[in-house]
Design a protein around this ligand. Structure first.
Ligand code: AFP
Length: 316
């Protein structure tokens, strides 16, 4: 029985902390997730009113950091430090793993992208925070070992999609800036009817081109925002679709980052009954070599991802 039903109330009356406590007795993990939820209140405010300019610094990929990237990173890092349950952190905005507590017993390590898609803020499109959580102090392990993953979507509404390994659940921020449960156990259909294709089409390899042509021929609708969080959220909430940012002819690893973007999204999508693949192997089985690793991705409804793998196997 679900936490919402056990409590005998409608889902809208259940807040995040209470939901997590009922779902799982692990108070430290609840505390950690609630600290991240608290951090997001300040990030929402920064997005609405903050400086849209560059910070004058660059991240580990050599990309110019926006003032908002730097601020969002500081907001989250401070909360993680404050939680008292974090051993190590890796952020897309910092160039090394930071040790917060040398004693990792009973603690968690967190990889996060504080403001994914930040280059879309000036044009007022949706952006998000993505978080991946492991037990202990090892951040360079396969994503299948995550104990929780979440993203927060800053769109017309602010919502959180969360999994602690018991399905995927959606929460929405209310007027008091608290997260309430919206829906539990989101599920993807076996096949989708929308597709979100990243990367330049004229650089696709034959397998990816065949896959996208197949989706178009069957009448799938193109829905691509340039922000991973809203694009994946659309697939999870509608329950049907596939996102790809494939290997390109001049870039075998694609664009997206394994630790900060692919692992947490793959965890959430698998928890909703979907799949996530590089085109050749399961994303969650990748062994990261470094915090900067990137990989191609095909993620969403299971049968769509399997078809992409088939076309890519044929191109070899
Ligand atoms: P930025 O953080 O540099 O804006 O990149 C966002 C992102 O990593 C991800 O959110 C999108 O899915 C992807 O890049 C979009 O990339 P393209 O701009 O190449 O379509």
């Amino acid at each position: 029985m679900t936490a919402a039903k056990e409590a005998g109330t409608t889902p809208f009356q259940i807040d995040l902390r209470r939901y997590l406590r009922e779902l799982d007795e692990n108070r430290d993990l609840t505390r950690l997730i609630c600290e991240i939820a608290d951090a997001s209140k300040y990030i929402v405010n920064s997005i609405r009113t903050g400086d849209l300019g560059v910070a004058g610094t660059s991240n580990l990929y050599g990309e110019d950091q926006l003032a908002l990237d730097v601020l969002s990173d500081r907001i989250i890092r401070k909360r993680l430090l404050h939680s008292g349950v974090v051993a190590r952190v890796a952020s897309e905005e910092i160039s090394e793993i930071i040790t917060i507590s040398p004693d990792s017993r009973g603690k968690y390590s967190v990889a996060y992208d504080p403001l994914d898609g930040s280059s879309l803020v000036d044009v007022n499109l949706a952006v998000g925070t993505i978080v991946s959580i492991y037990e202990g102090d090892n951040l360079l392990q396969p994503g299948r070992n995550q104990v929780a993953a979440l993203y927060i979507l800053y769109g017309p509404r602010t919502t959180m999609m969360l999994s602690t390994g018991n399905g995927v659940h959606e929460f929405a921020m209310n007027q008091l800036m608290e997260y309430n449960l919206v829906q539990e156990n989101l599920k993807l259909d076996p096949k989708g009817s929308i597709y979100s294709p990243g990367g330049q089409r004229n650089k696709y390899t034959p397998g990816t081109e065949k896959f996208v042509s197949h989706l178009e021929a069957k009448g799938s609708k193109l829905r691509y925002s340039g922000g991973l969080v809203p694009d994946i959220n659309q697939i999870l909430v509608k329950g049907k679709g596939v996102f790809l940012y494939p290997h390109l002819q001049d870039n075998p690893n694609g664009k997206l980052r394994v630790l900060y973007e692919l692992n947490p999204m793959a965890y959430l999508v698998e928890q909703a009954g979907g799949a996530a693949s590089t085109g050749k192997q399961r994303i969650l089985d990748l062994q990261p070599q470094g915090i900067e690793d990137r990989a191609p991705v095909f993620i969403g409804c299971k049968e769509d991802v399997a078809l992409a793998e088939k076309f890519i196997a044929e191109e070899a």
